[in-house]
Design a protein around this ligand. Sequence first.
Ligand code: NAI
Ligand code: MG
Length: 332
Amino acid sequence: MKRLCVIAGDGIGAEVVPVAVDALRRLLPDLATESAEAGWGCFERSGSAVPEATLTSMRACGAGIFGAVSSPSHAVAGYRSAILTLRQQLSLHCNLRPIRSWPVISPRPHIDMIILRENSEGLYIGRERMDGEGRAIAERQITRKASEKLAQRLAEVAALRNARRITLVHKANVLPLTCGLFRDSARQVLAEAGWSECVDERLVDVAALQLVESPERFDLIATTNLFGDILSDLACHWSGGLGTAPSLNWGDGIALAEPVHGSAPDIAGTGRANPLAALLSAALLLRYYWHLPALADRLESAVANFLQDAGTVDFGDRTTRTIADGVLARLG
Ligand code: NAI
Ligand code: MG
């Protein structure tokens, strides 16, 4: 029996996650689900952004789906973004973010790439301090171990999609120790896995330009945490914007699907939230965690067919419902 931990979170998380859970229930009739809490609302209610019970539930289920959480952009004592805590506590070391052209909503056809973002370290270790002399300092940590783990996933995904090109994105010209360690560790793992001939490199600034200029040329991209965060938001313009961008936080024997978008307080409660990012995140669980590519294909085809027939994703106050009904009806 398959189990799924459902963490709706804040804002539109609670609106889009149930749609993805409905889709998974249709495709996996024996799926057992359990709800767990996380986020800003949870912190205000209980004093903890990620209660121990949520971690326990995730570990027991193995698979989870997470909506979004709100985080204030100033320091609040005792609060740290729930998704960062979940990624670190559950050793979800890799974040897989596919970007592809969809009918109607993509500004350009023939784009099909995956960004693999290191998910556990870099600037997101949260070690910031003031030195008392008007200097704010943030530490950036890169380890051989985490870089190799990411590269092992990279080799696995490259084999699954028969990759033609693997691009390592870094800034080793300015940060030769940290970015250099990331690049060299990844290159070594990829060489051992037989992928040397497909590997190339880009400095992150030029990678950003090329993702805008000629996104078709990318296939698999691997990069460090902050660069991956920024480049994946940029690249998801090509799939139709944040409302369509899925991701999978992926560890060893554990995975948490998560739309790339946040809690969208500007539209929460209006019925306008696009559930496609959450639905496509559920497809990533099917493909990569449960190893059920045929079911993932079915869900992605239902999305493509819905978009083709609908001709738009803007249904005003009925966006969430109309897209949910349209995709679920096409699941067969
Ligand atoms: P956001 O992704 O929530 O929203 C950015 C813009 O995109 C907004 O105009 C929003 O209405 C729109 N949007 C996002 N998702 C949409 C969807 N599914 N359908 C239609 N429109 C959508 O990012 P923002 O505004 O920077 O952050 C809002 C809150 O979310 C903050 O508290 C931030 O910390 C948090 N956040 C959480 C993330 C997570 O939980 N993984 C990721 C990013 C932000
Ligand atoms: Mg982001």
